[in-house]
Write a protein that binds this ligand. Structure first.
Ligand SMILES: Cc1cc2nc3c(=O)[nH]c(=O)nc-3n(C[C@H](O)[C@H](O)[C@H](O)COP(=O)(O)OP(=O)(O)OC[C@H]3O[C@@H](n4cnc5c(N)ncnc54)[C@H](O)[C@@H]3O)c2cc1C
Length: 805
């Protein structure tokens, strides 16, 4: 084994081998893979091998697409067949909610140019003659889906990896990992050590133990997963073409052809964890004892849908361990807070994604940035709350629901609450219906007296719709409080702080004490990295606020870019400061009563910050907000939140001050055309494509400048627009195709209903020639095109008079 390498990949399953193949293929000639047993000896060897385009995330669907592209050409390239079969696949629906979900997939997949079609029960019966279509209302059909042989696919990739120069070491176990003072990693194995620049944890079932070697706790555990291969079935033997894979998600089963028979797979109601405290190092290529009683319901469901199974014996029942994370999606990308340590684990559909993630992760490691937005699988989307115990509880809920309907407004109860604001009890008493965001309980809305404290999951306007409307109207006419305690907050100080921040953002960092600026951080290509608000508190002291869910992502970026000379200090204040947003036309009157100090427009103008006492508590108050009303973000020591809240509520009594939730905030930010991180602001767009192009100051140096300059010279390919959509009872959510004369010209980035303006709104990127206000387009919602007119944004208070009042 080499003693020095550019990158050491730990794990020779489908994921690790694909990464080695891609890194070597793309030109890194010192790639070392370390596998403790034979290749594929974790989960990979026993996988069913289903590979479909289907995924709820737009970007994960792209990863799946890339996989299939790679698998299809692998034999030609390596001389070894991955066992790919194009069979097509069908996903069925037997109820209206499921049909809505399929409508979302249909529209989202069309944004990607995929061949996907709705099929009737009769058509499903023709495509798969062994199915009983009773109760089905429709299905979605992807003709290009298929399956691979997981072991052959991995071996084909391994052959390619070796041909391109990667070194694959078998029967070598990684026993420890340390970082040298130089930043290089020392990977210790039972056959010697490797010094390398990058380490990738692709250790599958053992990834949590490997993470612990570098002090990280990751939310991934093993679950026993089962599929059944039936005896030979004559009706299958007699066919000339292969049967498509059928997923019947309402019965939590799938069925696909394997040689002359069928495989039935399932997500049973009581998923069973395997080796709760860690998979033993010596486990390899061993099947688990299947628990037939536990899967009996799924077997029954299979027989109901495919009666031939009732007449056929089992040939083999495969039960093996599969890794699961709290939401079932993997953990990929840079590991917070480390440098050059990447995760590529937590996969429950690692065969489907192996090819694609190998490609995209190789690019991410080699170029520093991912080619597509991989936030959906980014390991930093989970914070410290997502520990072993959290995962343990969460997975008991996630696993059996893997095939349940994906709703955009659903927040499951499992493993909650975790992080709560000190005023949680007040929120509960006010009938808050909570969502969880990065572990924080945040009221989505406050249900009226007597109403259900539960938002019905739906792709259409839910039971929360009217109440959210009332909250928006209340904010518009009176005043409201939104709890944004979850904001990520960072204090940047030191003699180098100003210059460093000016390099980190394209915007000019405020020059005067008390001034606030919207400061996007860009990646080296000029695309959005993060959305940050910077307040200059005093010379060399800056208070930086970013989105809560991006905390690890954003702070990682900052930490990795900190100068090493000690001239800039970084302090995480997230869990030490709360934030209550007071907004609405009466908010100044409320504040006036609650604080000691002058809060008149002259003394406290828009986009400035002041330190004031709210009741007994010294607060840092930013005069700005995300809802477009006169308003204030009141940051305070978290332990004094109740005192701040009570002072505000007491002062606000005569102004009918009420609490307002996240849904209302999102509705109002859409009306103002404010960009949201990972919706409008993602790695595919620069600020020049958006209405905040004014934040780009090309007369200074900053990370991403070259990319922005290049785009400015070439002209922007896309422009962010706001549209008013003639929606019916379902508003755009994002990832809806935008059509012009029936042709797809763009995609929505987000959408919803604007209650203050009484319109359904979408934001999305389109070519500049279609961006003029008045242009008539269509936005496809749940598979149906709806008239959409480009409008000049913001729709609400275009001159910002209210905010600046
Ligand atoms: C019954 C079953 C059916 C499935 N069906 C499908 C399917 O149809 N489609 C699909 O997409 N997915 C399916 N899966 C899931 C799929 O198998 C996994 O997602 C995938 O194999 C994960 O690959 P991996 O490379 O991440 O991990 P693994 O295959 O677990 O590989 C990890 C490797 O790391 C090695 N390793 C660990 N620690 C060390 C160390 N310290 N030193 C050196 N080496 C180490 C291990 O020996 C192992 O070989 C199924 C899984 C099961 C169990």
């Amino acid at each position: 084994m080499k003693t020095n390498a550019r990158v050491a990949i730990i794990g020779g399953g489908a994921i690790g081998v694909s990464l080695a193949y891609h890194l070597a293929k793309y030109g890194w000639d010192d790639v070392v893979l370390i596998e403790k047993h034979e290749l594929t000896s974790g989960s990979t060897w026993m996988a069913a091998g289903n590979c479909s385009y289907y995924h709820s995330s737009y970007y994960c669907t792209q990863v799946n697409m890339k996989s299939i592209e790679i698998f299809k050409q692998l034999e030609e390239e390596t001389g070894q067949s991955p066992g790919w079969h194009t069979t097509g696949s069908i996903r069925t629906a037997d109820n209206p909610d499921r049909l809505d979900e399929l409508g979302y997939y249909y529209s989202m997949n069309r944004c990607l140019g995929l061949d996907v079609n709705f099929v009737s029960p009769e058509e499903i019966g023709k495509l798969h003659p062994l199915i009983d279509t009773t109760g089905l209302v429709a299905g979605l059909y992807w003709p290009d889906d298929g399956d691979v042989d997981p072991a052959s696919m991995t071996q084909a990739l391994a052959k390619g990896a070796r041909t391109y120069g990667a070194e694959l070491n078998l029967h070598t176990r990684v026993t420890g990992i340390t970082q040298k003072p130089s930043g290089d990693w020392l990977v210790q194995t039972d056959k010697g050590d490797v010094t390398c620049e990058f380490v990738v944890n692709a250790a599958g079932l053992w990834a949590p133990q490997v993470s612990k070697m570098v002090g990280l706790e990751i939310p991934s555990i093993a679950i026993a997963h089962t599929h059944i291969l039936y005896e030979t079935i004559n009706a299958v033997v007699e066919r000339d073409t292969m049967l498509p894979l059928v997923r019947d998600p309402d019965r939590s089963i799938y069925l696909r052809q394997e040689m002359d028979s069928l495989i039935l797979g399932m997500y049973e109601a009581h998923g069973q964890q395997w080796k709760k405290h860690g998979v033993p190092w010596d486990y390899a290529q061993e099947e688990l004892n299947p628990d037939i009683d536990n899967i009996a319901d799924c077997i029954e469901a299979g027989i109901e849908r495919f009666p031939v199974l009732g007449e056929t014996g089992f040939k083999h029942v495969t039960a093996g361990p599969i890794t699961y994370t709290p939401n079932g999606d993997p953990l990929v990308g840079p590991a917070y807070p480390l440098r050059n340590f990447f995760q590529a684990c937590g996969y429950s559909f690692g065969i489907t994604q192996a090819g694609g993630i190998g490609h995209y992760l190789a690019g991410w490691i080699m170029n520093g940035e991912p080619e597509i937005d991989l936030w959906h699988v980014d390991s930093r989307r989970f914070g410290s709350y997502a520990n072993w115990a959290y995962n343990h509880e969460k997975i008991a809920d996630t696993y059996p629901r893997l095939y349940s309907i994906f709703f955009p407004n659903e927040f499951r109860d499992a493993a909650r609450p975790n992080r709560t604001s000190p005023i949680y009890a007040y929120q509960k008493a006010a009938n808050a219906v909570f969502g969880d965001y990065f572990g924080w309980e945040c009221p989505n809305y406050f249900a009226p007296e007597g109403a259900d404290l539960y938002e019905q999951p739906s792709w259409r306007r839910s039971n929360a719709f009217e109440q959210v409307g009332r909250e928006c109207t209340h904010m518009m006419n009176h005043a409201g409080i939104i709890d944004l305690t979850r904001f990520a907050k960072t204090w940047i100080s030191g003699p180098g702080a100003r210059d460093w921040l000016n390099r980190m953002t394209c915007q000019n960092v405020p020059e005067k004490d008390g001034q606030i600026a919207l400061c996007p951080m860009l990646d080296p290509n000029g695309n959005f990295k993060s959305d940050m608000t910077i307040t200059r508190v005093a010379a060399d002291n800056y208070f930086c606020v970013t989105a809560s869910v991006g905390k690890r992502h954003d702070q990682h970026w900052m930490l990795l870019n900190l100068p090493t000379d000690g001239s800039v200090q970084f302090e995480d204040l997230t869990y030490r400061m709360g934030c209550l947003v007071l907004a609405g036309p009466k908010s100044r009157a409320v504040l006036e009563k609650a604080v000691y100090g002058d809060v008149s427009n002259a003394a406290f103008p828009f986009s400035t910050c002041r330190e004031l006492y709210v009741g007994r508590t010294k607060c840092r108050i930013n005069r700005m907000n995300y809802v477009g009303e006169l308003g204030y973000e009141i940051f305070h020591p978290i332990e004094q939140q109740i005192s701040v809240y009570e002072a505000l509520m007491a002062a606000g009594q005569e102004f009918d001050l009420r609490m307002v939730g996240m849904h209302a905030m999102d509705s109002m930010r859409l009306e103002k055309g404010y960009l949201a991180w990972k919706s409008e602001m993602n790695v595919h767009h620069t600020p020049l494509e958006t209405p905040i192009a004014w934040t780009v100051k090309l007369d200074k140096d900053f990370i991403g400048k070259a990319g922005v300059v290049k785009q400015k010279e070439a002209g922007v390919p896309l422009q962010l627009v706001g549209m008013v959509v003639e929606a019916k009872d379902s508003d755009p959510w994002g990832y809806n195709p935008i059509l012009k004369d029936g042709e797809r010209i763009g995609m929505t980035s987000s959408g919803g209903y604007g209650h203050r303006v009484g319109k359904s709104i979408a934001m999305g990127y389109v070519p500049p020639e279609h961006a003029a206000p008045g242009t008539v387009l269509e936005v496809e919602i749940l598979g149906r095109p709806r008239r959409a007119e480009v409008v000049s944004m913001p729709l609400y208070d275009p001159a910002n008079e209210k905010m600046k009042a």
